[in-house]
Design a protein around this ligand. Structure first.
Ligand SMILES: [Zn+2]
Length: 191
């Protein structure tokens, strides 16, 4: 059995007039995250960690910003599609640990539901999914509540009895549109 680890990091701006969706859960708040999809920054970090573990690039390559197919899409659906991409490469998710860095709102009451929904999308036990939250203590842009950041690590393993995973496809452009600066390209420049 081959085991690999991946890292994912994402940031989105908070803006009025948007729903706040984190970890697949809609959370009551006066602002939401800007983006082309539901902008679930926590799930995007987990997707990138899973893709990174399998060396399959990032979610901006697989689900391009601006593609109408992904406008407003639930990131739980993107997470399921990420799991399908991993399966094509011979991997299954094994375990995830994720941290949201957010000044407000308080996430603790929502974390059990987040873990259940993430685990269901990944096809693992809830005990294999950890979600944590920390505040920036008022420091910097995240501390001023301008946005939310998320970090995640994921462990993936090969299918039981599977042979070596196939090589991932060549990167199409090498350009990370997911990481484009939304101030220059408009609010929907991020997935
Ligand atoms: Zn994102």
């Amino acid at each position: 059995m081959d085991v690999r680890v991946g890292l994912g990091i994402d940031f989105h701006r908070l803006t009025p007039g948007r729903r706040l969706v984190l970890g697949g859960v809609e959370i009551p708040h006066d602002r939401g995250l800007a983006g082309h999809s539901d902008a679930d920054v926590l799930l995007h970090a987990i997707c990138d960690a899973l893709l990174g573990a399998a060396a399959l690039g990032d979610i901006g390559q697989h689900f391009p910003v601006g593609d109408p197919a992904y406008a407003g899409i639930s990131s739980l659906e993107l997470l399921k599609r990420t799991v399908a991409l991993l399966a094509q490469a011979g991997y299954v998710p094994h375990q995830v640990d994720a941290v949201a860095v957010v000044e407000r709102p308080i996430l603790a009451p929502h974390i059990p539901t987040m873990r259940e929904r993430i685990a269901a999308a990944l096809g693992v036990e809830t005990s294999a999914v950890s979600v944590k939250a920390t505040t920036p203590e008022g420091m910097g842009t995240l501390g001023r509540g301008e946005g939310i950041g998320a970090w995640a690590v994921a462990l993936v393993r090969t299918f039981p009895g599977s042979v070596r995973p196939r090589e991932p496809p060549e990167s199409s452009t090498g350009k990370h549109r997911h990481m484009d600066d939304s101030r220059e390209a408009g609010q929907d420049a991020r997935l």
